[in-house]
Each structure stands twice: as structure tokens, then as C-alpha cells.
Ligand binder design. Structure first.
Ligand SMILES: *Cc1c(COP(=O)(O)O)cnc(C)c1O
Length: 383
């Protein structure tokens, strides 16, 4: 049944277990840490909420369903999900990652996991040879973020999955930016999909939560063990909010994409703006791949003012009224972010420069307001 339903139907019904207690149509928030047993070891499938919780189960099943995967696992944040994935590796293992990557992922890799003798290589993944060059017998994982943050480069997931399979390496895709409405990495050959569900999945900037989905039974067992043993699990209220978010994911993503397209075009036509980064431009260097693997181009747009000065970007950010200057992305409301001082501050300047992340770059998370109002706001702020 699950595989036959289309995406919008799955967003609402996929994987859902109807409440067995009272038939509650919406998943109840099981705000409990523990569950009654009728006799020692005899229970209804739930013993302790770090291990399992019925609200979390429905969220995990919904995530698996919309990503077209067998298994879903929820974590207390996107970074906790990444942390669990990296913990499946052993000292000496090597990981090849996208160089233009969420700052928190970079910080976790370099400042936590390098201490445990894991080795990370950051490469430009648009160029497959630069990935091939780093592969050796210790390489166990390829970490892809696409579209990249904040430069909006697009990595070809299918090609990457061929390369990974040929070399017996796992491929994980951070699908936070695109969401499964726009791209489904499992269908394109990825082994693991990771989400900061804090962003578009939950979609209302009111919860921090993460998720992993995958098909492989053994790997699921390993990750499920880590989820319980390390204990970075979300509470039932957070699972409820993220689950509710999923039910409108398709509607929101459609509007985010439409609004972002209009804003990208407006910025490109504005004489005070130099470069605009959005994968939907026909002359974007990865347009062909984007068109092939994505359904729409998402709600994220980055740009640089024509004088390339931080002072100018600072003024724009301060002048915006509807766009809130804040970290994060993916909520119904529009946000503006200065990656160099905010989301990407934990990446050294030299590393940032390599991927083109200059000090004057601003990143927009385009919300689902009326786009005319958003364009007015940008137009006034740019001056
Ligand atoms: C926010 C984000 C993360 C981290 O997720 P949290 O929920 O903040 O821990 C990872 N990857 C991407 C692309 C993100 O935007």
C-alpha cells in the first residue's frame, strides 16, 4: 500500500498507525517516559521512551514513507542524527564530504570526530575526479549535501551513488534543503538520507529535531542501537510538531519554490546585486542535473551585492522588515542570514573562501508570504 500512494497522500497518511486506544484521528502526544507492564517483560511494544514512543514511531514511519524508504529514526536534532551516522564508523575510517557544507556538520566532523581518529576530506563534488582522488581502502562514507549551503551548487546523487557502490562505500545525503518533495535520494541510489527536520519538514520554526531514513536492515539495527544507547532522542511533543509539519510539506514546498523563483529573478535583474545563486537559472552551472534530480528548486536563494562589501550586505540585512535576520531556514516565514558570521562562522575563513562563500554573501530562506510583499521589502532594503 505504502509504495502505491503518491507523495501528497503519503505526506498525510504514509506509515501512520491509527491510535489503538481511542481511534484518535491525529497522533496523540504520548507524554510519558515509561509504560505499564502486565507481568515482568510483558508489554504492548513500549517499555521506556528513550527506546520507543508511539508519537515518535508515527513520525519515524512518516519520514520513511515520504522518502520512499523502509526505516525511519528520529533524533533530538539534525546534528544528533549526523552524530549517530558517524558513530557507525571506526577509528581509521575516512569520509569524503561536500566542501560547501552546513557549518555545524563541519564543526561536528572536525572538532569532535577527528579526535576519534576519523579522517574527513572536503572536496568540490561537482567534479567527480576530486572525489575519486580521495578514495582509498579506508574510505567508508561519502557525505553529500545538495543543493549546497549557501552556494546552491548541485551534486549529482545518481552518479555519486554509482561511484560509492563501485567502491563499496556508503552514500549519505543531507536532504534538509531540498526535502523529499523536491528530491528523493534513496530513489537515486543513496544508502542513508539525513534531515534537520527542524527546517522544512517541521516547517514552522518551532522545534529542533532530526531524522534518518534508510532501507538496509542491518544498518537500521546498528543506527537504532546507537539511537537508544547514545540517547539523543526527541520528545513526543517535538515529534508531534514535526509530524504535523509533514502533512503540509507538499503545499509549502510548492509555494516556497514559486516565491524563491520570483525573488531570484528580481535579484538578478536588480543593478545593485551582482551574483545570485539559485539552481533554477538555465545558465546555472548545474542546471541540467538540478532539472533532472529535483522537482522544483526549493526556497533558498543567496546573493552578493555589486560592490561585494560586507557593509552593504549589513545595511540590506538591517533594512529588511518582513525578512527576519535570523539563523535557520525552512519555516513559513521569510528569513535572511549572513552565513559568514552566523551559520558558517565555525568554518575557517580559508575553507569558506575555497567554496566562494565571501563575507558579503546573504542567504534568503524565502517563506510563503505574498511574493509581491517580499519583493517590496527586498527592493526597499537594497535601495
Ligand atoms: C540546520 C542544518 C543541520 C543541523 O540540524 P539541527 O537540527 O540544527 O541540529 C544540518 N544540515 C543542514 C543542511 C542544516 O540546514
Amino acid at each position: 500500500m505504502k509504495k502505491k500512494m503518491k507523495f501528497n497522500t503519503r505526506a498525510i497518511h504514509g506509515g501512520q498507525i491509527l491510535d489503538p486506544a481511542y481511534g484518535s484521528v491525529m497522533t496523540p502526544i504520548y507524554q510519558t517516559s515509561t509504560y505499564a507492564q502486565s507481568s515482568p517483560g510483558k508489554h504492548k511494544g513500549y517499555e521506556y521512551s528513550r527506546t520507543h514512543n508511539p508519537t515518535r514511531t508515527n513520525f519515524e514511519r512518516a519520514m520513511a514513507s515520504i522518502e520512499n524508504a523502509e526505516y525511519g529514526l528520529a533524533f533530538s536534532s539534525g546534528l544528533a542524527a549526523i552524530d549517530a551516522i558517524i558513530k557507525t564508523l571506526s577509528p581509521g575510517d575516512e569520509i569524503i564530504s561536500t566542501n560547501d557544507l552546513y557549518g555545524g556538520s563541519y564543526r561536528l566532523f572536525m572538532q569532535i570526530f577527528e579526535k576519534y581518529q576519523l579522517k574527513f576530506h572536503f572536496v568540490n563534488m561537482e567534479d567527480l575526479t576530486s572525489v575519486k582522488e580521495k578514495i582509498n581502502s579506508n574510505t567508508k562514507l561519502i557525505w553529500v549535501e545538495t543543493p549546497t549551503n549557501p552556494m546552491m551548487n548541485v551534486v549529482d546523487i545518481k552518479t555519486m551513488s554509482f561511484l560509492a557502490k563501485k567502491n563499496n562505500i556508503l552514500l549519505c545525503v543531507d536532504n534538509t534543503f531540498a526535502t523529499p518533495y523536491i528530491q528523493r535520494p534513496i530513489d537515486l541510489g543513496a544508502d542513508i538520507v539525513m534531515h534537520s527536520a527542524t527546517k522544512y519538514i517541521a516547517g514552522h520554526s518551532d522545534v529542533v529535531i532530526g531524522a534518518i531514513v534508510l532501507n538496509d536492515e542491518n544498518l537500521h539495527k546498528k543506527l537504532s542501537f546507537i539511537q537508544n544507547a547514545s540517547g539523543a532522542t526527541p520528545g513526543p511533543m517535538d515529534c508531534f510538531l514535526a509530524l504535523r509539519g509533514i502533512k503540509t510539506l507538499h503545499l509549502r514546498m510548492q509555494r516556497h519554490s514559486e516565491n524563491a523563483e520570483k525573488i531570484a529573478i528580481f535579484l538578478r535583474e536588480n543593478k545593485k546585486i551582482a551574483d545570485v545563486y539559485w539552481a533554477g537559472f538555465k545558465d546555472h552551472k548545474n542546471y541540467d542535473i538540478a532539472k533532472k534530480q529535483m522537482n522544483g528548486f526549493g526556497g533558498m536563494v543567496s546573493f552578493i551585492p555589486v560592490d561585494n562589501k560586507f557593509e552593504t550586505s549589513k545595511k540590506i540585512a538591517e533594512n529588511l522588515k518582513l525578512f527576519t535576520l535570523a539563523e535557520s531556514l525552512g519555516g513559513v516565514e521569510s528569513l535572511c542570514c549572513h552565513p559568514a558570521s552566523m551559520t558558517h562562522a565555525s568554518i575557517p575563513v580559508e575553507e569558506r573562501k575555497k567554496s566562494g562563500l565571501v563575507e558579503s554573501l546573504l542567504r534568503l530562506s524565502v517563506g510563503i508570504e505574498d511574493v509581491e510583499d517580499l519583493i517590496d521589502d527586498l527592493s526597499n532594503a537594497i535601495g
